[in-house]
Design a protein around this ligand. Sequence first.
Ligand SMILES: [Zn+2]
Length: 108
Amino acid sequence: MCEPITLFESRDGYVVRCKHCGYTQVAFGTTLINIEMPDFQIFLEMVRKICNEDEVRRGEDVKNILIPTSCHEIFIILTPAEVFRLLIILERADDEIKASQLFHLFDK
Ligand SMILES: [Zn+2]
């Protein structure tokens, strides 16, 4: 049975992950994305890459950034400011994942 733990939570959203199967949920704004654990890193890298693009860095306050999801018909659409806020949530959750993996190493 799944036992989700919160990796990060803020006003913008949250990331939870099941302790057993690694099933991960990312909530941001009005969107809730279900991700298998290995795909979380891919998603994080994709958002990080988008944040490094020039047009995003000096972006206007318009919803012009499309983030693909595993469902081909659905994209997340964000402003540059929002995509940076999404990146913060993902990076904090990733820090938490790395810390817990480290703990695991020390346990053995
Ligand atoms: Zn589970």
